[in-house]
Design a protein around this ligand. Structure first.
Ligand code: SF4
Length: 179
């Protein structure tokens, strides 16, 4: 993990025994920072992009590995949520590259409100499952609800579908549909 010493994740909080953020038991990393302003947001303390706590990739991976003996047999893995994880795409690439060395399942909970840059596509490749939270299917309603129209997240969902990446639609806080 030598090359990861200076790569830092800006974290809001951790949960070592998550059961609602993907299959099995999951180590959940809630990242700090979100560019949306959903009117119904319950995690407003994750919005600010310059607060939270910085952790190196090495620190986070070491922490996760302590739990792999019950995460793996449960069919679980690691889920990155937020806030908005894709604001830290470059560092997540390094984290997931490291987790893949240990055969750990990776998931991201995101709005998908991002352009499909090379780095975003690289992170998509390293992610086993997306928990995709499309905010509203009507562009103007999306803008009213979260501050952005929905073209980017619709394109994101289409890309996941085109490359046959597994994702789940988050249609409500307690209902997920596998695609
Ligand atoms: S994307 Fe999530 S964290 Fe960001 S404002 Fe919306 S509900 Fe809150």
């Amino acid at each position: 993990m030598e090359n990861n010493k200076n790569k830092m994740l800006r974290v809001h909080s951790f949960e070592s025994f998550g059961t609602v953020d993907g299959p099995g038991i999951r180590y959940v990393i809630f990242l700090q920072g979100c560019h949306l302003r959903c009117k119904y947001c319950q995690n407003r303390d994750t919005w600010e992009e310059k607060t939270g706590t910085l952790y190196s990739i090495d620190e986070v991976v070491k922490q996760i590995l302590k739990y792999q003996n019950y995460i793996k047999p449960s069919g679980g893995g690691v889920t990155v949520s937020g806030g908005e994880p894709l604001l830290q795409t470059k560092v997540l690439i390094s984290l997931f590259e490291e987790l893949k060395k240990y055969g750990i399942h990776t998931a991201i909970d995101t709005s998908g409100m991002f352009s499909l840059t090379d780095n975003v596509k690289k992170l998509i490749d390293l992610t086993d499952l997306f928990l995709l939270d499309i905010k509203h299917i009507v562009p103007q309603k999306s803008k009213e609800l979260v501050g952005f129209s929905n073209e980017l997240e619709i394109a994101f969902a289409k890309y996941l579908s085109d490359i046959r990446k597994t994702y789940m639609d988050k249609t409500s806080s307690c209902s997920w549909i596998y695609r």
